[in-house]
Design a protein around this ligand. Structure first.
Ligand code: FAD
Length: 260
């Protein structure tokens, strides 16, 4: 927290009364709260809404987004990528960015590139607030139980758990019992818990938590992958770095401490 503070973030240490004053929806859990850290400059949001809006902007500027297309391989020629093979035909470009999240090492392996990226499974609940009277007014993380709760307008998003389960994204109701219980204890009147939607996904983790950037092995192949548990947070900065590297510029964002 001190590190974030030294970088310009506001960090306030609050006691339990100050926390309940900040978010009255926590009133009934008051006795269970030891204290907390409030970061007024931190933000949360709905990543699906963000991604759709970003995609619309890309298309609006002349970009093309092909969904439902699976990359099946990379064809090389000499020291470069010649084309990327997909189930809907080949795609040619001047430069290629490998950004397949947890799946990047599978494609990289086919051209002899070994990437230390491993899928770490996480679970998420999306719960309608419905007519419940006391939904959270700000996002929070229960640091003891490692459960994060965000408010997306009329829904809550609750995320938790880091599991090594390979590429398996299956889930069953029992997987969500703990995180649902923790949230319900904190915000008993916060959402319509019986209508929770369940989801599980993979975080592309690296052993030292650093993503992989830059040109690798082939002259026109760049990496922007392995962002672990904060890939959305890092997405714009990482894209900026990648664009600068492809253009042969010194990245505008300092790479100090970011290189593997
Ligand atoms: C439960 C959970 C909670 C999280 N919470 C946060 C958070 O609060 N904040 C945060 O910043 N991050 C969070 N993350 C992490 C974040 O989701 C990831 O770091 C981020 O999505 C990585 O982005 P990416 O684009 O590299 O990979 P992905 O988002 O995984 O995208 C890779 C894409 O490549 C596609 N793909 C893979 N293989 C192929 C192929 N062969 N052909 C075509 N397409 C392919 C996939 O379908 C996918 O769409 C969370 C993750 C989980 C699972």
């Amino acid at each position: 927290m001190r590190l974030l503070e030294s970088d310009g973030q506001l960090i306030k240490v609050l006691d339990r009364d100050a926390i309940v004053a900040l978010d009255p929806s926590l009133a009934s859990a008051r006795e269970k709260i030891a204290g907390g850290i409030h970061c007024p400059t931190d933000e949360t949001g709905d990543p699906a809404k963000f991604t759709r809006a970003l995609a619309a902007k890309v298309v609006g500027r002349g970009g093309e987004i092909r969904t439902g297309t699976t990359i099946t391989g990379i064809e090389t020629s000499g020291d470069g990528v010649a084309q990327v093979m997909t189930d809907k035909g080949a795609v040619k470009g001047d430069a290629y960015v490998l950004a397949l999240g947890s799946y990047s090492p599978l494609i990289a392996r086919t051209i002899g590139l070994s990437l230390p990226i491993y899928p770490v499974k996480g679970y998420s609940l999306t719960i309608p607030i419905g007519n419940r009277p006391a939904p959270p007014t700000i996002a929070a993380i229960d640091e003891h139980n490692l459960v994060a709760v965000s408010r997306f307008g009329d829904r809550l998003r609750v995320t938790a758990t880091a599991e090594f389960a390979g590429y398996d994204t299956s889930h069953k109701p029992a997987d969500f019992a703990f995180m649902k219980g923790v949230t319900e204890e904190l915000y008993p009147e916060g959402a319509d818990y019986d209508r929770a939607e369940m989801w599980a996904g993979l975080r592309p983790m690296t052993p030292n938590n650093l993503p992989e950037f830059g040109q690798r092995r082939l002259r026109n192949l760049y990496l922007n992958t392995g962002h672990g548990h904060i890939g959305w947070t890092m997405s714009h900065g990482s894209a900026r770095i990648t664009a600068d590297l492809i253009a042969g510029r010194k990245p505008a964002i300092s790479m100090d401490g970011l290189l593997n």
